[in-house]
Design a protein around this ligand. Sequence first.
Ligand code: FES
Length: 360
Amino acid sequence: MAEEAKNGGNAALATPGHGADGAAVGTAVISPDAVQNPGLPPHRERVTDVDPKKEKRAERVVYTLFYLSVLGSIGAVLAYMFFPIEDGRLEAIRMQTMFVGVGMTLALLAIGIGAVHWAKALMADHESVDERHPVPSSEETRKASGEIFAIADKESGFSRRTLVRNSLLGALIAFPLPGITLLRSLAPQDQDPVVLLKHTMWDTGVHLARDLGGASVGEKIRAADVTIGSVFHVVPANLDEATNVLDEKAKAIVLLMRLDPKDLHPSPGREDWAYDGIVAYSKVCTHVGCPVALYEQHTHHLLCPCHQSQFDVSHEAKVIFGPAKRPLPQLPIEVDGEGYLVAKSDFEEPVGPSFWERLK
Ligand code: FES
C-alpha cells in the first residue's frame, strides 16, 4: 500500500477482468480516465529537525504556553476572589466578569496553541500510509496497536520531554479550576434561599420609582401618570440605599400596569391591593426566574419570553399557559398624600421560582 501511495497505484479503481468464457478472473483493469494517484510530495525537513537550538527553542515555547495556561487559570480564580460579586458593586461585577473571562480565555488558548506548536514543531514528522483492516482487529493488530502507542509516546517525546509533559498536565489540571470556583456563586453561603427571597426592599410607604436599568433609579411615579394600558418597570425608590443594590433589585423588580378597574377580579382580602385599576406584580417569573416583560394590554396578559409562561393580570396574574406553577406575587399599593404610588407592605410570599418550599 505504501508503495502504491508513492508510485501512483490505482488498486482502488481496478475492475475485475474477464476470461474468454466471460468469467471474472480477478485481473485488475485500470480505466484510462482514472485520476492518477499523485503520491506523496517529497519530504521536507523542518528547522527543528535539523537545528537542535531551534528544537530547544520550540520546546521552550511549548512549555511556556502551558505554564501561561496555568497562570491564566490561577488568574481567573484570583479575579473571582478579589472582585466578589457579593459586594453588589457594579464595578466589582464588571471586573470579575472581565478578568475571569480573560483568565479562562488565556488558559484555554495557551493550551490549544501550545499543543498545536508541539505537534507541528516537535513531534515526529514523517509521512506514512495507514492501512485499514476489517473490524474487529485481530489479536495481532491489537498487539501492534500497543506498540504504536509506545512509538507515539517515543516520537511525541511525551515521556522524554518531561518539562513539556508536566507543564501540559499542570495546565490541564488547572484549567477546570475557574469553572469549579464559579459554582460557589450558584448558592448563597449559609443563607436559606426561601428567607432571602421572602423579604425584599418593599415595605410600607416605600415609593415606586422607574427602573432606569443597572443600579439607576428614576423618578417616583404618580398614579396620575399611569394611563390605562401603560406598563412601567419599577424598583423601590430607596434602592440605592441597599448594601447590595443588584441583589436587592433582582428580588424587588416590579411591573406596574393600569387596567379599567372593572376588569380586575381580586380575591377576598385583596380588594385594596390595587389603586384605581393600577396593579403591581413581581417581574420575576415563577418558573425559573426570567424577567417577565411583555404585556399585551388588550388581553391583560403578561408573557415570559424564556419559556412562554403567560399570566393573566386581570385575575391576580394567575398562570394561564406555560410551565410556571404559581401566579406572580402581587405588591399591594396605594397613594401617598401627594399622589405618588407607594407600597402598602412587602410581597406576602417569596418572589421568583417556585421549586423551593414556600414559607407563608
Ligand atoms: S422562566 Fe418564565 S417561563 Fe420559564
